[in-house]
Design a protein around this ligand. Structure first.
Ligand code: ADP
Ligand code: MG
Length: 705
């Protein structure tokens, strides 16, 4: 890559963004399209034809040969199917490059194999993709050449959502409408829309390709299933925010450039807590764009790693004993004229609108804590959440000293009269300036933390789409706002009603506020005392999707129907069982074909050594070899026994009906059997000659990048 990079020119150069549309589309068409985007109106085929034509011309100039509807089915990754722009050959044998409005707006991938949770029988498998014109098309360059990608939503023939994006767009609409209704009641006359915005910080691991290739567990499951801790792990904290190694820097540079080309605002990068772990954060934007861009970012992180002889691991817990990776979902509500509803201003105690929005969110999170927890549930996250490195599995809200104090005043006296202010921070060094501290310190352990002018939801898994949690955040906020509006609309005096509501919500939902250490064991006890739900695993969390309370919520705001929710729960159970089964089978495979043979060889060497030494002289001490042989053989036997036990449990899986029952069986029986097998193997790794151990160790993997 060249040394000099013109960031301004590079940014968005492969995106059919507003500037490109304005420059290339006839004025009337541009205006019409803009109206569609701004007001969510339907696009006429006539306009679509013109847009499609220009889009194609532009894409061809960028080197595209194909176009693809790009969508996010419920597999957790993106999907696409490529079509070349070529038309049928003309009489003279030549082809034209064509792309119609119809092809732009609607596609029908034969996508019957995507999970639908029973929404579509395979014989009536029609699924449609439709252009989400609020997310711009882009040309992606890779080994396949250039492809014009059109962000789309994916629905069934009967209109049910089969993807992550459709409910996200629906929830944006719901919260947008209710938030606008609320601020109108409070006197806002200038804003026309309220948009949920998100900045998603992405964590990942980078490892050398040659290590990855030697680990079947990483290849099949994305995480290590065996592995003893090296003498040094992350305890020195010398990796966190440390100097970035040259190889990694070169990688990050290329990742940034690729992101920028596609309009992804890659902004902040640093080393994370675990050796080999890093983070990349973009600048926040409307949540449907943030979700699309996060998918692009994940793909770029992986693709560029391959080019640099590395692998990027996005699994939530690639290495036991080291911090896992997550995604911090920074969420706020902003009006089209730039008012952030979560901005407390200088004196939160007399900012009525802020206090009402805040207490509505407390209410929403308290009442739907189970749903929010569920939205971050995935197989990998089960090993990460609650492990003293990521938020616990109980939802609580961190407000910090200043806001908690304001709420306390409200609860105790009915009104808040002052806000604690930040003090001067004295550095004690004459040449360093003293500066104002924030009114509130940070808290790293809270799942849902207020961080100045936004909420940071920190539970999301590193591989997951951010759509699910934002669907929940948007919808539960919409419900709370709607209820508040209902109450204010029938009140005689708005201000009195608002005061009353703020106090009522603060009192009723103060149990969800927790500013202490979320990793402390006492918190689990205290949370139980407060009656907050604790859903340790994905399997425990999935039922939250289909409670009557949750169905009523989502149906009321047209985000999900009962059928859609039931199908999503079904899909999640299936994904869970399948993933755990693959892990179990991979363990059996590795133990049978790699570990046991290696250990047998090692014991043979020890036995040979004992015999050879004894042959020289009976006087020489062979106790070390003998002890090693005894210990190794004992662990070898345990390994074999536990592997057979695991095998038996795996054979039982099929006898449980697909869905919840099977998932519960996997969770209760398979997972513990896997943990039991892992133990003797990890102990063996510490005993057996390194030369003979069949795969690279944790130490090799995390320190040799
Ligand atoms: P941290 O200290 O946690 O790294 P930053 O302020 O750097 O926090 O922001 C982290 C992420 O939050 C970034 O993606 C940033 O763009 C995003 N962010 C900042 N302000 C907002 C906001 N008002 N709404 C949503 N996201 C925001
Ligand atoms: Mg953060």
């Amino acid at each position: 890559m060249d040394d000099y990079i013109n960031v301004v020119e590079t940014f968005g150069c492969d995106v059919f963004n507003d500037a490109v549309m304005q420059a290339r589309l006839p004025k009337k068409v541009y205006q019409e399209l803009h109206r569609t985007i701004e007001e969510g109106k339907e696009l006429s085929l006539e306009i679509a034809d013109v847009v499609a034509h220009e889009m194609k011309e532009w894409a061809i100039e960028k080197g595209a040969t194909h176009f693809s509807h790009w969508f996010q089915p419920l597999t957790g990754v993106t999907a696409e199917k490529h079509d070349a722009f070529i038309s049928a050959p003309m009489e003279n044998g030549r082809v034209l490059m064509t792309f119609s409005g119809k092809e732009l707006i609607k596609g029908e991938p034969d996508a019957s194999s995507f999970p639908s949770g029973g929404l579509r029988a395979t014989f009536e498998a029609r699924g449609y993709t439709t252009w989400d014109c609020t997310s711009p098309a882009f040309v992606r360059h890779d080994a396949a050449g250039g492809t014009l990608c059109i962000p789309t939503a994916f629905c069934s023939y009967t209109g049910e959502a089969l993807d992550q994006k459709t409910p996200l767009l629906r929830s944006m609409q719901a919260v947008g409408e209710q938030a606008l209704r609320l601020i109108r009641l409070l006197g806002n006359t200038t804003s026309n829309r309220v948009i949920p915005s998100v900045g998603a910080e992405q964590e990942y691991f980078l490892i050398d390709r040659k290590h990855y290739d030697q680990r079947k567990d990483l290849i099949y499951t994305g995480r290590t299933l065996f592995g003893a801790m090296p003498p040094k792990g992350q305890e020195m904290d010398d990796h966190y925010l440390g100097t970035i190694r040259q190889r990694v820097s070169a990688y990050m540079r290329e990742v940034n450039v690729e992101c920028w080309k596609l309009g992804v605002t890659a902004k902040t990068q640093h080393n994370e807590v675990a050796p080999g772990q890093h983070e990349l954060a973009p600048i926040y934007e409307p949540v449907n764009l943030a979700a699309d861009h996060n998918q692009l970012m994940m793909r770029i992180l992986k693709k560029v790693a391959s080019r640099h002889g590395m692998r990027c691991l996005l699994h939530e817990k690639p290495f036991a004993g080291l911090n896992g990776s997550g995604k911090h979902n920074n969420w706020s509500l902003t009006t089209d004229d730039g008012i952030n509803l979560l901005d407390p201003g200088k004196s939160p105690h007399d900012n009525l609108q802020f206090l009402l929005v805040l207490t509505c969110i407390l209410k929403a999170v308290d009442e739907h804590a189970d749903l929010l927890r569920e939205s971050a549930a995935n197989v990998g996250n089960d090993a990460r959440l609650g492990g003293n490195e990521a938020p616990p599995t109980v939802i609580s809200v961190f407000l910090g000293e200043q806001l908690t104090d304001v709420l306390d005043q409200l609860i105790n006296t009915g009104t808040a009269t002052y806000s604690k202010e930040g003090k001067m921070l004295e550095t004690g060094v004459r040449t360093l300036p003293d500066f104002m501290k924030d009114a509130t310190d940070r808290n790293r352990t809270s799942p849902f933390a207020f961080t100045g002018n936004k909420f940071e939801f920190r539970m999301v898994g590193s591989r997951d789409s951010i759509s699910a949690c934002n669907v929940v955040l948007n919808t539960i906020a919409a419900e709370a706002f709607a209820e508040a509006c209902g109450r204010i609309e029938v009140a005689d005096d708005v201000e009195t009603a608002v005061h009353a509501l703020i106090k009522e919500y603060a009192v009723a939902h103060q149990r969800i506020v927790f500013n202490g250490n979320g990793y402390a064991p006492e918190w689990a006890v205290e949370a139980a005392r407060r009656g907050l739900p604790n859903l340790p695993s994905m399997v425990d969390a999935i039922p939250a999707l289909t409670t009557e309370k949750s169905i009523a919520l989502f149906e009321r705001f047209h985000v999900f129907t009962r059928t859609e929710l039931e199908s999503r729960a079904e899909i999640k159970y299936e994904i869970y069982s399948k993933a755990i089964n693959i892990e179990a089978k991979t363990m059996i495979d590795i133990a049978t074909k790699q570990i046991i043979p290696a250990v047998v060889k090692y014991t043979t060497i020890l036995a040979d050594s004992i015999r050879s030494v004894r042959a020289v002289s009976e006087e020489i001490d062979v106790s070390v070899q003998t002890e090693l042989l005894t210990a190794t053989s004992e662990l070898l036997k345990q390994t074999r026994t536990r592997m057979k036990e695991l095998f038996d449990v795996v054979s039982e899986v099929g006898s449980y009906p697909e869905g919840q029952e099977r998932a519960v069986f996997c969770r209760m029986r398979l997972v513990p059997a896997m943990e039991r097998l892992r133990k003797p193997v990890d102990e063996l790794e510490l005993l057996v000659d390194k030369e003979m151990w069949p795969m690279p160790s944790y130490g090799d993997i995390i320190f040799e990048v």
